[in-house]
Design a protein around this ligand. Structure first.
Ligand code: SF4
Length: 643
């Protein structure tokens, strides 16, 4: 039996479990790791607890890209801390402003066939190079850096078969929007989307990376393309020929499902507020007046994107009522775009140019006005993510965004008549000087006043429960639980401070009620915790003494974070029981047999009823949860080894 690309990659990094058993627990050892500033503070605090001198990976890279605002000491302290921790543990550190982690990693570190464990949900971006990128929370990133396996369910592999070639003005973003339109934001949970077919050869590496990056929005474990001659040429253009290997699925590879996308049939698509899964043709919403256009993020500001934007803006102007901005993805892209003479067209058009960073994507620099309508090339549009609580954010490809910035209303670019300029993508990229800080041994690490020690939690009692503090709908995001934005990112590693803002968009009274109740239960619908890798969304409930969350279903990455921080995740055995629970009910969960038996009885003391819930966790993870989280479990197993 032949192998898929995914199976070939997993076979190279598996250290526990059976890759041939879909859904079984497997442990992968990372060849590389990646971290970003806001989450990595917790990662390094965790690394301090794991007792290693240097990271055990082939390459670990720390990026400072998500929050570049230095309005006071907090971010500056965090950046200094990260640089010193990188030196302490032998991690390569990208200087602030060098670039967004996924694009910079693609340019300088991604290797076909290897496995990257990244502390960011869009780590599958490296799949554009044929690398298996899996996003995890900060604690799992620390484990990977320390040489421990990262555990996950062996994914199913879906063959996303691409045929034909994209038409003019319909670029790669529309491919992943089409996938989202077909399968939605839960459509690939527990799966890897593996792109195959004759259409693959028509796409560049950065187009492929746009597609695999945003595959995260389908709930996928990862996404990957073959490594072919296009990959080889791209690596050579970045002076990394030696990293190339040919990688493709075997002819008789067995896939678990197939999805067909005819590239030549695609039209410009757009995701409506407030979900990347609400996708319609641009023509359906054409004419909606815009206040803002954001060009940028890890999905759409590689050099070909920037050159295309410049070509479309040449001799055009941003509409007078529109605020338009570009976040180039890396300094490499800036250097190449300058050399190509492309920046002048953007500057003359009236586009604001920010430094390479995530910036406006996560509410750190380009929030729209109140009720503002913003069109973005970013991968996410959860409510309030821009930094403005009542934003209306649409997502599209760069061609739609540029055409709309010029007309001032949402516009299908194919309806505009103009002669775009042409800029060619170079065959060799010059590396800007001084992108990375070379690690040197340090003797001291500076812990600023905003940096608190890693939270520590104890083991659970045999009975848990309390008041249902929130009854939540489907698709609650990590942004809902732990907000993004310039006000909140600087306090993400300060759990007492950030927890005051948890669930604030859903119920501003939540924090105080949770404090007053000194514990309780959350009840949620499907896909609870979708979105980012931020583990604070798991730590906050635990800090507020919420030890149990009962949902119809959990997002993969968030589920792993709940395990790491000792929160008991339960799923309704009968989804109809969700409707019978009311906020304010008192629940009691019997956990005496939890480690031996994944099914538990929940008593609703208020209604004098019982129902059954089960956990999606295997035995080892159930033990981890009951002892209070991964750190306690590791310490326990190390103590047993010493005995
Ligand atoms: Fe940065 Fe936005 Fe990409 Fe996340 S999705 S890595 S915040 S640009």
């Amino acid at each position: 039996m032949g192998l898929t690309i995914t199976e070939k990659c997993i076979k190279k990094s598996i250290v526990a479990g059976d890759w041939q058993q879909r859904g079984s627990r497997i442990g992968l050892r990372a060849h590389q790791t990646l971290g970003y500033d806001v989450n990595a503070v917790m990662t390094f605090l965790a690394l301090d607890q794991l007792g290693i001198d240097r990271v055990k990976t082939e390459v670990s890279v720390q990026y400072i890209d998500h929050n570049m605002l230095q309005a006071d000491y907090k971010n500056a302290d965090d950046h200094l801390f990260l640089e010193q921790m990188c030196a302490k543990y032998g991690v390569i550190c990208a200087r602030p402003g060098s670039g967004i982690c996924h694009q910079l990693h693609l340019e300088y570190f991604g290797v076909p066939g290897k496995t990257l464990i990244g502390g960011d949900s869009h780590t599958p971006a490296q799949g554009g190079l044929g690398m298996l990128g899996i996003g995890v929370g900060g604690f799992d990133a620390a484990l990977a850096m320390a040489g421990h396996p990262v555990y996950l369910a062996m994914p199913q592999v879906v063959n996303v078969h691409l045929s034909g070639q994209l038409p003019p003005l319909v670029s790669a973003k529309n491919v992943i929007l089409a996938v989202l339109q077909k399968i939605g934001v839960k459509g690939a949970v527990g799966k890897v989307l593996e792109y195959t077919g004759p259409g693959v050869a028509t796409l560049s590496v950065t187009e492929r990376s746009t597609i695999t990056n945003m595959s995260t929005e389908t709930g996928a474990t990862s996404a990957i393309f073959p490594s072919d001659d296009t990959t080889k040429a791209w690596l050579a253009a970045h002076d990394r020929q030696a990293d190339w290997i040919a990688l493709a699925a075997d002819d008789d590879a067995r896939y678990d499902a197939r999805l067909d996308i005819a590239l030549d049939q695609l039209e410009p698509l757009i995701a409506l507020p407030h979900s990347p899964g609400q996708v319609v043709p641009v023509a359906e919403v054409a004419g909606i007046k815009l206040d803002q256009v954001m060009l940028g993020s890890c999905t759409n500001t590689a050099l070909p994107d920037v050159l295309q934007m410049a070509a479309m803006f040449k001799n055009q102007r941003v509409a007078s009522h529109v605020d338009a901005a570009l976040y180039p993805s890396t300094r490499t892209v800036i250097k190449a775009a300058l050399k190509a003479g492309a920046f002048g067209a953007l500057v003359d058009a009236g586009v604001r140019i920010f430094e390479p960073s995530c910036g406006g994507c996560n509410g750190c620099g380009f929030a729209p006005q109140s009720h503002g309508v913003s069109l973005r090339t970013t991968p996410r549009n959860f409510a309030g993510r821009s930094g403005t609580a009542d934003d209306q954010v649409y997502l599209s490809a760069p061609e739609v965004a540029v055409a709309s910035a010029i007309t001032g209303v949402i516009t299908d670019p194919r309806t505009l008549a103009w002669e775009p300029a042409e800029y060619s993508v170079p065959t060799h990229f010059e590396r800007p000087a001084n992108l990375f800080i070379v690690p040197e041994p340090v003797t001291t690490v500076t812990y600023g006043p905003n940096l608190l020690p890693l939270p520590q939690f104890g083991q659970h009692a045999a009975k848990l429960g309390g008041e249902v503090l929130l009854k939540l709908p489907d698709n609650v995001t990590t942004d809902d639980i732990c907000p993004a934005g310039a006000l909140y990112l600087p306090i993400r590693s300060n759990i007492p401070a950030i927890s005051k803002h948890s669930f604030q968009t859903i119920d501003p009274t939540f924090y105080q009620r949770a404090r007053d109740a000194a514990g309780g239960v959350l009840v949620a619908g499907n896909n609870y915790g979708q979105g980012s890798s931020r583990e604070q969304a798991a730590i906050i409930p635990r800090y507020l003494r919420i030890a149990v969350i009962i949902a119809k279903g959990f997002a993969r990455l968030h589920l792993a974070n709940l395990v790491n921080w000792g929160v008991v995740p339960l799923i309704f055995a009968d989804a109809n029981d969700y409707a019978k629970i009311h906020a304010g009910d008192q629940l009691q969960v019997a956990l005496a047999q939890f480690e031996a038996e994944p099914t538990v009885t929940v008593t609703n003391l208020t209604q004098n009823t019982t129902f059954t819930a089960k956990t999606p966790l295997g035995k080892a993870d159930r033990h981890t949860v009951m002892v209070g989280g991964k750190l306690n479990a590791i310490k326990e197993s190390e103590a047993q080894t010493c005995d």
